[in-house]
Design a protein. Structure first.
Length: 214
């Protein structure tokens, strides 16, 4: 297949783009780690009946956590999680500064940031993950690659939405939609008729191909 040129070409991102992707994904993983640790502290406090409507991570929130009457192990978990969160904060701040410098020097990030709901970080992720946009022949191809194509989006328990019914479903016959919307008078309510055979045994007649009986 390769000799016959039947395999599609694969695009490999340049080293600069791969490094930007790695930096973005590293920052995302650290932020998710901090979120998991904060959720763990919330769970420990709730497990012992403690909660507050305000933030846990401000000055008053930290003081409130320090005053909780927790068992030794639970207190150790909260203390360790807070220590890791405090260690992550300067690292994430440094990564944010580096990514901000990347965004300032990239013209595509400035254009994407003008879209509603797209910030600097989201625009930089789009630029890094898409790479060379000219490798997509159309906007539909780009949407399909990114998983935002309506044909691939799962919209309900019956599966993905389709703009057109599958070719194997004939008009008026054989498909679940046609059976569902067929009027009751057109549905078969009795077993198929039988033809008498020479030996006296009944034989089913071939099914009709009309829409009312298929």
């Amino acid at each position: 297949m390769l000799r016959a040129d039947l395999l599609p070409q694969a695009w490999i991102a340049p080293a600069k783009v791969r490094q930007l992707r790695a930096l973005l994904r590293h920052r995302i993983s650290l932020v998710r780690l901090g979120t998991r640790l904060r959720n763990r502290i919330h769970a420990v406090a709730a497990d012992h009946g403690y909660d507050r409507s305000a933030s846990y991570w401000t000055g008053p929130g930290r003081g409130w956590l320090a005053e909780l009457d927790l068992p030794a192990t639970s207190l150790e978990i909260v203390t360790d999680c807070l220590a890791v969160i405090d260690g992550l904060s300067p690292v994430i701040d440094r990564l944010d500064w580096e990514l901000h410098q990347h965004a300032r020097s990239h013209p595509r990030v400035k254009v994407l940031s003008t879209l509603p709901g797209v910030g600097e970080f989201t625009a930089l992720v789009m630029v890094a993950e898409i790479g060379d946009i000219s490798r997509f022949p159309s906007a539909r191809k780009l949407a399909s690659w990114g998983g935002t194509d309506p044909d691939r989006a799962r919209v309900g328990p019956e599966g993905p939405a389709r703009a057109h019914p599958p070719s194997r479903v004939r008009r008026g016959c054989g498909g679940p939609l046609t059976r569902r919307h067929r009027p009751p008078s057109a549905r078969r309510t009795s077993p198929p008729a039988t033809r008498p055979s020479p030996n006296g045994a009944g034989r089913r007649s071939p099914p009709s191909r009309s829409p009312a009986s298929c």
